[in-house]
Design a binder for this molecule. Structure first.
Ligand code: SDX
Length: 395
């Protein structure tokens, strides 16, 4: 037995993915990475340590963690050509388009890592380079959008602090690391790190199953995550809360709209395909939002107040209760990013940075399982055999 499911052949033949990376129980609201509850990791671990746990299947020794961190920091700079590629995007380009393009372009800058049947050392290098460079690419996509120069990584800083410095630092003055913001970012990154076979992770596994390289598979995963029903929801939530604020804060009106089958509007950040209970990540993020905003002196942030009122209104409404619709990981995360000064267009990029270790772990597991190429089947409901009708006879 592993977890809750007996791995009998019948189950194995359902075509479901067999994985040992993440355990999720949607009814109980349980989420564990390699068996460790996310509550403990969010409290006690670091993002690089959690990334190591997901990718290599166990917590690192102190020496292994030091070596991993050194590896990641050593590869944090990007090729100058990649910098120029990012520069060539038009002003206002969505950073998810830039991120996916730049990650895919890594297969051009490291062709030795783009071939099939890589050596274990080459696989390792792909993994480290991707984790190291995604924050530099992301920060540069933001800097490019505001016309600021790229700040090169500072290898004396930790992963999250380095990212915040590249995002908000400027060449003309020293950047002061805010430990509270670094801690909040670490918690958010850990909580986003994996989530078993969600849309973007399934995309990474499917693309990787054709033995396309890791950069191509993750580039595809980034694009799947961009969708507003998936990772793009965190940006939609903030825009929804701002609309409610502009509309005078009438949350009841928006709950009514979300219930109207004729109205395409949905409460963004609410509901989940698997969780039919409170998303355990949302519980921690909501608590972190209170802590971070208080530390920043923004405890009266109107958007947090609106979010809490919206949650209360929806959760006392039978439409949401009957459908077991609760806040998900995206409902409160944007409020923290907003308080940190991160623009809404970068919210899904933040999700991608957090999710990268999970994508890599699942891709690596798929290779180790020697998985066949993915080939989903269909139920055909189209026309029976029909003869061709020449154009003259078609009227
Ligand atoms: C993520 O899979 C993962 O693990 C994803 C993720 C991860 O970590 O990778 O957890 C990250 O993607 C979180 C979800 C972010 N998306 C949103 O917050 C967008 C808003 N949510 C919905 O679009 C929806 O809840 C989904 C897409 C998340 C889940 O949709 P499902 O499981 O396909 O549910 P459904 O669309 O079949 O809805 C069931 C019913 C429907 O009503 P009826 O047809 O029964 O009358 O619930 C309603 C839906 O209309 N419903 C909502 C709603 N979500 C579902 N109604 C109003 N507001 C909502 N948010």
């Amino acid at each position: 037995r592993t977890g809750y499911i007996t791995m009998d052949p019948a189950y194995m033949n359902t075509g479901a993915t067999v994985s040992s990376v993440t355990f999720l129980d949607g009814e109980q609201g349980i989420l564990r990475y390699r068996g460790i509850p996310i509550e403990q990791l969010a409290e006690q671990s670091s993002f690089t340590e959690t990334a190591y746990l997901l990718i290599y299947g166990r917590l690192p020794t102190r020496q292994e963690l030091v070596a991993f961190r050194l590896q990641v920091s050593r590869h944090s700079m990007i090729h100058e050509g990649l910098k120029e590629l990012i520069d060539r995007f038009p002003p206002g380009a969505h950073p998810m388009a830039i991120l996916s393009s730049a990650v895919c372009a890594m297969s051009a800058y490291y062709p030795e890592l783009a071939k099939m049947d890589q050596t274990p050392e080459e696989v390792e290098l792909s993994i480290v380079r991707l984790i190291a460079k995604i924050t530099t690419i992301a920060a540069y996509a933001y800097k490019q959008s505001i016309g600021h120069p790229l700040l090169y990584p500072d290898n004396s800083l930790g992963y999250c602090a380095n990212f915040l410095r590249m995002m908000f630092g400027v060449p003309c003055e020293p950047y002061v690391v805010d430990d509270d913001l670094v801690k909040a970012l670490k918690v958010l990154m850990i909580l986003h790190a994996d989530h078993e076979q969600n849309c973007s992770t399934s995309t990474v596994r499917l693309v990787g199953s054709s033995r396309a390289n890791l950069f191509a598979a993750v580039s595809a995963g980034i694009l799947a995550l961009w969708g507003p029903l998936h990772g793009g929801a965190n940006q939609e939530v903030l825009e929804m809360l701002e609309e409610i604020q502009r509309d005078g804060g009438d949350v009841a009106k928006f709950v009514l709209k979300a219930k109207d089958p004729k109205d395409p509007f949905r409460l963004m950040g609410f509901g989940h395909r698997v969780y039919k209970n409170y998303d355990p990540r949302a519980t921690i993020i909501k608590r972190t939002a209170d802590t971070v905003l208080t530390k920043l002196g923004k405890q009266d942030e109107p958007l947090l107040k609106i979010a809490k009122e919206l949650e209360e209104a929806a959760r006392s409404d039978s439409y949401f209760v009957d459908r077991k619709l609760y806040p998900n990981v995206d409902f409160y995360s944007g409020i923290i990013y907003h308080a940190m000064g991160i623009p809404t267009t970068m919210f899904t990029v933040m999700f991608a940075i957090g999710r990268l270790p999970g994508w890599i772990a699942q891709w690596k597991e798929m290779l180790e399982q020697k998985a066949k190429i993915g080939r989903p089947r269909q139920i055909y409901v189209g026309p029976t055999k029909t003869d061709y009708v020449p154009i003259e006879a078609r009227g």
